[in-house]
Design a protein around this ligand. Structure first.
Ligand SMILES: [Zn+2]
Ligand SMILES: [Zn+2]
Length: 360
């Protein structure tokens, strides 16, 4: 009735699948996510003492945990308390627990609602100063927009002018080199949407105004010294693009040996996303993920970044998804693509073996 079971070809069939199919299904080269910032770098003075909150539990009174609540409020996970003096308490309450859960969701961490080591290390990681969540944020898939989904509107063939401050810059990287980095970052976005970027000299009349600032610099969002917040930029059509002058900015890690060096091009590419209207993505590999590890680079737009920005501006007529996919090193994407080829491989093998079986 089932001659297959009495046939050694069945055994061969099984051996073939169990021995070789895994190689067909999964690529030997899966690029791991490059962006998750889990660092115990002692140089991160800004949030380093948050380690003392590790394993704090709901319901307990934790000395100075109000400082951590302020951090959560700074990045959009908690609102300012409604009490008399608007100060956070040191109680690990249910509201704080739900903020921790939201944070873990945004950063693709294990959802525990607890201050486990993975969560604490991520909280301490250097990051962008732009808030992750607003109460009415418009979020779709994994990319996100600012409230009201603002975008630049200058007609169909849009050109945005950018300029560098003549006074608020850094002097240890030459201006031509800084300009080359920014030109490359702008061109990444220009290649996927119908928007051009042109550098001009007149800072005050430029659409996008780029400068390096230290500490309190007049926009209500002071920088915090080495690491911590690295930069911030404002949503359309504001155009302010600020980098923390206290960071060790680098364009070549071969020449800059500092443990806290931050890649200028990676941050420039990320902040341009904000300038254009993208908020933070929860995809670790995306350029719009909020944090960036020192001495790491993330300069190529990922599918999530491209889908987000094209939903705002449409596609550049010259953009080809195939060219993006050549750069796409998202782990999930790699798995999905290879699962597809796996199912094809599986089908072909089944057909071949079934044919052989019928012939014999
Ligand atoms: Zn950001
Ligand atoms: Zn600023």
């Amino acid at each position: 009735m089932f001659p297959l079971f009495g046939n050694c070809s069945f055994l061969f069939f099984f051996l073939f699948f169990f021995c070789f199919l895994p190689r067909l299904c999964f690529p030997t080269k899966i690029t791991a996510g490059q962006a998750t910032v889990i660092t115990t770098d002692d140089h991160n003075a800004t949030w380093h003492n948050f380690t003392r909150f590790k394993d704090a539990e709901k319901g307990s009174h934790v000395s100075c945990i109000s400082e951590l609540k302020k951090y959560f409020q700074q990045f959009g996970y908690l609102s300012i308390p409604n009490n008399q003096n608007h100060n956070f308490t040191d109680v690990f309450d249910a509201q704080f627990e739900s903020a921790v859960v939201s944070y873990q969701q945004k950063f693709e961490l294990s959802i525990t609602g607890k201050l486990d080591s993975e969560t604490i290390l991520t909280i301490m990681s250097p990051r962008c100063g732009v808030s992750d969540i607003s109460p009415t944020i418009h979020a779709t898939k994994h990319f996100a927009y600012f409230y009201g989904r603002p975008r630049w509107d200058r007609g169909s063939s849009m050109t945005l002018m950018y300029a560098f401050s003549s006074t608020d810059m850094i002097d240890y990287i030459s201006l031509p080199k800084i300009k080359t980095v920014f030109k490359r970052s702008f061109s990444k976005w220009a290649s996927v949407i119908p928007v051009n970027f042109t550098e001009i000299d007149n800072y005050s009349s430029a659409n996008i105004r780029i400068g390096f600032f230290r500490g309190n610099h007049g926009d209500g969002q002071p920088f915090d010294g080495v690491l911590g917040v690295l930069a911030h930029a404002f949503s359309p059509e504001n155009g302010r693009f600020h980098l923390d002058k206290d960071e060790t900015w680098a364009i070549d890690f071969e020449k800059v040996k500092s443990k806290t060096a931050i890649d200028l091009e990676s941050v420039a590419t990320h902040e341009i996303g904000h300038i254009l209207g993208l908020a933070h993505s929860s995809i670790k590999e995306a350029v719009m993920y909020p944090s960036l590890k020192p001495r790491s680079r993330k300069v190529n737009l990922k599918l999530d970044d491209v889908e987000g920005i094209q939903a705002l501006y449409g596609s550049n007529p010259n953009f080809k998804y195939s060219s993006l996919l050549a750069y796409e090193n998202s782990y999930n994407k790699a798995i999905n693509l290879n699962q597809r080829s796996c199912s094809w491989t599986f089908s072909i093998v089944v057909v071949v073996f079934f044919s052989l079986f019928m012939i014999t």
